[in-house]
Structures are given as structure tokens and as C-alpha cells.
Design a protein around this ligand. Sequence first.
Ligand SMILES: *[C@@H]1O[C@H](CO)[C@@H](O)[C@H](O)[C@H]1NC(C)=O
Ligand SMILES: *[C@@H]1O[C@H](CO)[C@@H](O)[C@H](O)[C@H]1NC(C)=O
Ligand SMILES: *[C@@H]1O[C@H](CO)[C@@H](O)[C@H](O)[C@H]1NC(C)=O
Ligand SMILES: *[C@@H]1O[C@H](CO)[C@@H](O)[C@H](O)[C@H]1NC(C)=O
Ligand SMILES: *[C@@H]1O[C@H](CO)[C@@H](O)[C@H](O)[C@H]1NC(C)=O
Length: 948
Amino acid sequence: MEHHLLCTSSSLLLLFLFSSVPLTSQFPFGSRKQAYDHSNVTCIESERHALLQLKHGLKDESNRLSSWIGEGYCSWEGVGCHKITGSVLKLDLRNTVPLYSDEDYHCTNCLGGRLTPSLFNLTNLRYLDLSVNNFSTFQVPTFLGLLKNLRYLNLSGAGFHGEIPHHLGNLSHLQYLDLGDSYSSPVWNWLSTKDLGWVVGLASLQGLVLFGGNLTAAQDGLQSINMLSSLTTLDLHSCNLFIHPHLSHVNFTSLASLDLGENNFNNYTVPPWLHNLTGLHDLGLGYNNLSDPIHGLFDQMTSLVHFDLSSNRFDASTLKSLCNASSLTYLDLSENILQGPIPSKIGQLSKLTNLLLSSNKLNGTIPTNLWQLTKLQDFDVRNNSLTGVLSEDHFAKLRELKSLDLTGNSLALNVSSSWIPPFQLQEIGMGSIIVGPRFPAWLRTQNEVEVLNMQNASISDAIPNWFRVLCDNITSLDLSSNSLTGNPLEFKQLKHSRYASREISLSSNKLDGSLKSFPLDISDLDLSHNFLTGHIPQLEDGQTSVVHMLGFLFLNDNRFTGTIPEDLCKLENLSFLDLSNNLLSGRVPLCLGNLRDLWILDLANNTLSGQIPSSLGNLWQLYALHLNGNKFVGKLPASMQRLRNLEALDLGDNGLKDIIPAWIGERLSNLRFLRFQSINFHGPISDTLCQLSHLQVLNLAHNNLTGFIPDCFNNISAMVSAFDIGYGIYGQESLQDIKGGREFEYYASSLRLLKSVSLSANNLVGEIPDGIMELVQLQVLNLSQNHLTGRIPDKIGNLKQLETLDLSMNALFGAIPKSLSDLYSLNFLNLSHNKLSGPIPSGNQLQTLTNPSIYEGNSGLCGKPLPNNCWEHKLPTKNGPIDDDEGHSESDWSWFYAGTGPGFAVGLLGVLGILLFKKSWRYAYFKYIESACDKIWVKTTRLRRNFH
Ligand SMILES: *[C@@H]1O[C@H](CO)[C@@H](O)[C@H](O)[C@H]1NC(C)=O
Ligand SMILES: *[C@@H]1O[C@H](CO)[C@@H](O)[C@H](O)[C@H]1NC(C)=O
Ligand SMILES: *[C@@H]1O[C@H](CO)[C@@H](O)[C@H](O)[C@H]1NC(C)=O
Ligand SMILES: *[C@@H]1O[C@H](CO)[C@@H](O)[C@H](O)[C@H]1NC(C)=O
Ligand SMILES: *[C@@H]1O[C@H](CO)[C@@H](O)[C@H](O)[C@H]1NC(C)=O
């Protein structure tokens, strides 16, 4: 998938370039829109018949070919004829505006079905375009190789699968061949070829696009392509092709446009033969991990205009050397390892319109020469370490600027409140730089803004009245993590547009007041972490667009009161709903079970009451369910066993009264985080929990559980092996768990690897089962406050990852195993208030754990850090020796502790806080979506840039 997702950028570009190549002009017809005068054209019956047969084989849901009736086929949609003979010369069935019918992106106006061989009867066909359709699972028909007169063949983004037929190599007149992917298409091609030898037959070829094709097996493919001396355009982006370091003689020296992005370069080296391509004006080498410096390599390329070197490993010397390539208008060096300051020689690139340097290690101030690049339209230095204060003077000459991204640098913007910028920006990236403290008044002058990111920009101000959060153009607004006050959510009715979807984040500010209604055309609304009050709004009459669009709704961490409105159940596309940490009360509406697309439902920490509705069992896609910190009562609904996708279940801190149902272990087999702390559960710990092989966090603390600890925990393989399930949906979620002696918030990667078992404060009896000693990945083991007896297993030394070990307040006896000193990571230990005896082991990490309270309340222990020496211990005392089962003397040394600090147990209770799954699922989701779409986004953006 990803492989194909990456595919794309340049094919369209090439198409554009190509349309300027004199190909189409050779045809005696113009564009499709041109009206033909066919009055005196003879209709060739066999060709009409062939077209009708073709139509018959095609699937045409939206009736695009409705004009294909009657005699005069020359006026049929997409058909172009020779003016005199009436023979079909052109068949253009490209889908220019794909329409999607549903969330599966099913393309309703794509043509599909089968291409009938009758096409072969269109013997004079010169131009065939079937791109951006959906012939999924069909192979490219071999009979296309019989259309000897073809000059132009475009099958891009049409869902063709399989091996490219070598028959295409018979098309010796072909000038342009596109078998690649297309951004505008909902479907991709899945084409491959084992041998590119057939291209040698395409002697007239000028443009070849194999973008996204799988050429892994065609190792000598480039040698074949090198035979094509007329090539001007070559797109091999994402083809996995081996790029030869040497070509004995470079034939394709006419190349003007070459994209070798994302291929397999020998030794990650730019091949020297690129030297010879002095006519290039467009070169793409992105996503190749190339690292060798390219000093001077491009000095002769005096016509190079568009150069993409993104996602490689070039350093600052490459940027310096490119400062001589004065013909450049587009330079993309984002995601490389450029270090140090931006060279001031950059000012030599006076034609630059796009300078993309994001995600490097650039530091220092931006050189003054850069601000002289008056043609600049897109300047992106996001995610570097640039410093300095930018003032009005800096921007004075950048009249053309459309996109400015300074996000993630140590920059500050210091302009006067009356500044009128010379530019009209469409994209503003000023996240995590200093824009405030006042709300930027200059934004008022910017009327074309589509994307505005001023997240964490140190703005402490009221949102001014003139700033229309929902102005028509803005599709993405992020003003989160500032100190904005007021309530800008006077949502205005906007005209409903089917494709517009906007994201608004105003989270983590100081907004107050109430929310009167939901805005229209919003796909993602994040108002979390503010001071909003009042009820969650009902939908207004006719708010159908909200119903359709809203996928993410975050109202958590506010002061919303009242009940959860049933209207929310109408938001049928909702996937994330977070209402946690508000003051909501009453029962959970049963109809929430209708939200079948929900992935995350978080209602934690309100005062919701009643039973957990059994309708929640209908939310079969749910990954995470947080109902903790409410007043739910009763039993777990049995319907919850249908939540097979559940990875996180937190019901902690409620008044439920139940036993641990067997189905949790038997059915919810994807669970990774299970928290049942303080929910009044009783009965034994079900053995079936051991079937949860992905389980990483098991928290059953503070209940009334009885019986033994099951001796099967060693079946929970996630705690046994270091195998990392990976993020799944979790990207940056957080979770509170005990680390050391206090609660700790785990984020993202540290949470992903957290392995923890807490069974403390129950009525568990018996010994610590040996099975637990096999959970070698455990970082936290808390069995305190039970009635456990027996010895601490010797194998405790196996738990090498253990950082927190709490066995306090049990009835464990015997000596502390020496192997405890093997726990090199241990930084919190509590063995107090047991019946342990003998010398305290020492060495390694134990030497750092010197607080005597760790061991207090065990009458028979001696040695450091306790003040009594073991040799003293051996002396007869007035209390007299007690024989333990190993025959060691165990004495009551309780008198000894008279002076030690206040009861540790009290402190401990405070410490055993709440294991809280925290929100941020959305970030996880974004991460998830990002990983899939990031590149698409990058590419489409780039594509858009290409069109400038
Ligand atoms: C196409 O041509 C073949 C012979 O070349 C003929 O048999 C067939 O009937 C033709 N098909 C149509 C649809 O005219
Ligand atoms: C069609 O007829 C018009 C006038 O009858 C003539 O001028 C024109 O050349 C004809 N076109 C063709 C393609 O024969
Ligand atoms: C590409 O083709 C090779 C064999 O030709 C195959 O092993 C590989 O899985 C294919 N890659 C993709 C992404 O389909
Ligand atoms: C260059 O192209 C010519 C003609 O297409 C061909 O004969 C020759 O072998 C090619 N040279 C190389 C090195 O591929
Ligand atoms: C480059 O690759 C070739 C084989 O393709 C190998 O012989 C050579 O040692 C490599 N050079 C470097 C610097 O790795």
C-alpha cells in the first residue's frame, strides 16, 4: 500500500509538461471540448460497432457514456475523429473529476469493467487515455500492442494489475506512455515488469511514466531505457529500480525532466552520468537516502529549474554548492541533514520561488540575503533550530509569498500592531515560535488564509472580534496551547460544501462561556482543556452537514454540565468522542451504541451514573473505552464481549459490583491495557485473563478480590517477550502508572513499552506464583496490601527490567533472596511490613536503595541500610531466638525501629494512585493517519507547488 501511496507526484507534472510537447498538436483535432463539424464525415460502421462493443463491456455507473448512441460517433463524449475519413483517432475517457460515493472512496463516475478486444478495430487510433478510472484487478490487455498507430497511451491511475505486457513494445510510433499512478485517482495501478527489454521497441518515445510500478525484478531496466534517445520526460519515481552507477554511454541526453525519486541507488551515491544530462530542467532525486556530496555535479546544468533532493542525507556543503545553480526556481532539501547556518550565498538564487529546507539541523539566524529573494512564494524552514527576531523589515520585499512555515524554531516575530504585510499568505506556519503576547493584528490583512498554525505561539490575549475563526477559506486552524480568552465560537451558518472539511483546534487555552451550537462543515473540532461551561449543545434543525462531517469531537477537560445529549448519537461518522473530565451527570444515552464508527469513547471522570448501557456492545470498532472515574453501578453488560477490537479498557473508580467475567480473557483478545482499579469487584482473579497475550498493563488494585494469584501469568506473552506490537492506533497516548513511589505519566514510546502488573490492596492469599517470575519484561510489580505468604521467590532476579517492586504489607517470610541485587534497573523497592528475616542483600543497584523504610516492619531483618548489624543479630537477645523453617534465628527487632520515620503505609496509600489512561488518542490517530498520508500530503503539496 504505502509503496503506492508514495507514488505520484511527477506523473501529473509530466502530463502537464508533456501537453506542451508538440504531440497533441500533430493531431487534426483539438481538445475534447471543441465542437466538431461532422456533417460531411462518413461514418465507418466497423468503428462505430467497435465503440459500441467497448461500451458494452464497460461498467459505467454514472452513465458517462450516455452520449454514445445513434450514428454520429464522432460527437460522442471523448471520441475524436479524422475530419475527412471519419476514422476514430482519439479516445479520451480520462475521468477529470472523480466523485466518491461513500467513505470507502468508491469512485462512482469511474469507468470499470472489461476492455473488449473490439478496440483493436479502431485501426487508426492515435490517442488513447483511460486514466483515472477503476479497472481493478484487470491486466493491461495485450491487444493494445496491436494498435500500431498509437502515439499517446495513458493508463495511469486506472487500477490495472499484474505484469505489463511486453506487446506494448510493438508500438513503435508511441511518443508518450504513462502506466504510473496518479494523484487524482482513487485507485492505483499495481503493475510490475520483470524485464524492461520491451521498451527498446518504443523507438519514438519521448515521455515514459512508470511512477509507482514495481521494477524490482527489472534490474537492468535502466540500460533498456537508455536506448530511447528521444526521451525528454522520464518518471521512475517509486519504482524500486536499481540505479546503475555507470552507463557506458548516456543515450537519453535529451531528457528535460527526470524523476528517480525513491529508487535503489547503488551505494546511495548520485550516479556520475547525471553530469551528461545538461538539458535537464526538472530533476527529482527525493527519498533515496543519498549521502555523497554532489559538489559541482550540477554546475553544468545551467537550465536546472526544479530540483527535488528531499529525504536524503545531504549536508550543508550540498546546499552551498547549489547556491551556484542560479537558474533554480524550486529547491527542496527538506528532511536532509543540513547543519549550521543557511549560507548567505543563498541570495544568489534570485529566481527562487520555492525554498524548502524543513526538518534539517539548520541553526543561527536567517541570513539577510535570503530576505532579498523577491520571487519567493513558498518558504519552509519548519523543524530546524534557527534563532533570531524577525521584524517587518525582513519581510518587506517578499511580496509574492504565499506560504511561510517557521514552525518549530527558536524564532520570534516582532512586528507592530499596525503592520501591513506586503504579502497575502495562504499557509501560515508559526507554531512553537513566539508570536505573542498580543494577538497578531496583521492577520486581519490576510484574506486568503487556508492553513493557520499558531499553536503554542505564546499568545496571551483575547481573541479579537474581527478574527473569524470560521472564515470561509480556513480549512485548518490550530491555535491550541496559547492563553487565548473569550469565546470566538459564534458559529455562523456557512454554505454547505460537500468536500470542504475543516479542522479547528483551540484546545489548551482559557476560552470560557458556553457553546451555543456546533459549527458547520467541521470534520475535527478540538475545544479540550478550556473553561467552557453550560450544556453540550443540541444540533440545530437542519444541521445535516455536521451530522455528516464530524469525525473527531474533543470537548474534554472543560466544565460542561448537564447530561450527554442524545443528539450526539446523530453524528454518525464520529470516530473519536472525548467528553472526559467535565461535570457531566445522568445516564449515558443508550443511543450512543448507534455510533458504529467510534474508535475511541472517553467519558472518564464525570459523574455519570446508572448502569453501563449494554448498547455499547454494538460499538464493534472500538479500540479504547474509558468509563473510569464515574458513578456507574451494577454489572458489566455481557454485550461488551463483542468489543473484540478493544485494546484499552478502563473502568476504574466506579461503584460497579461484579466478578471478573471469564469473557474478558476469552473474547477481548486484543486488550493491551486493562484497568479495573477500585471498582468494587470481588471473587477470584479469573484464569482466563492469562489468555490475553497482548496484555501490557493489568491493574486490578483496590478491589475485594480473593483467592490465589493464578499461576498462569506466564502465558501473557507481551510481558514475557520483548516483542513490540508497535503503535497500532496508539501514537502519543499517555497513561498514568506508578513509577518509583509516585504516579507518573507515560507518553507515546515509553507507554508503548510499559509492562506492569498491580494487584495491590485486595484479599489475595497464598504464595507469589513462580509464573510471575517469567514475566521478564515487567517494569512494575505491585502485590502490596494482600495476605500473601511464603517466600519471595529466588527467581525474582529474572525480572531484570523491574523498576518498581512493591511487596509491602503482606505476610511474606524467610530471607530476602540474594538475587534481588540482580535487578539493575530497580529504583523503587518496598518490602516493609512483612515477616522477612535475615541479612539484607547488598550489591549493585541495592546499594542505592538506602532508605531504611524499605525494610521496616520486618522484625527479623538486619544489615544495611538498617542500623542493626547482622553480627549483633546473631547474639542472643532477651526476646530469645525463634526458629524459622530454615533454622535461621529470627528475632523480634521491633524495638529497633522505635525511632524510624512515620508509618510508610500511610504514605503508600497516597502513592497508590490512579492508573489513568489519558486521552490524546487523537494524536495517536493523527499519527496513524499521518504515517499513511504524510507523504501523500507532502506530495500533493509539492504537486500544488509544481503548478504554480
Ligand atoms: C473487428 O475486426 C475483425 C476482423 O479484423 C472482425 O472479425 C470483427 O467483426 C470486427 N469487430 C467489430 C466490432 O467490428
Ligand atoms: C465538408 O464540406 C464543406 C462544404 O461542403 C467543405 O468545405 C469541407 O472541406 C468538407 N470537409 C471535409 C472534411 O471534407
Ligand atoms: C515487487 O516485485 C517483487 C518481485 O518482482 C516482489 O518480490 C515484491 O514483493 C514486489 N513488491 C511490491 C511492493 O509489490
Ligand atoms: C544508444 O541508442 C542507440 C540507438 O537507440 C543504441 O543502438 C545504442 O546501443 C544505445 N547505447 C547504449 C549504450 O545503450
Ligand atoms: C559500491 O558498490 C559496489 C558493488 O556494486 C562495491 O563493489 C563497492 O565496494 C561499493 N562501494 C562502496 C564505497 O561501498
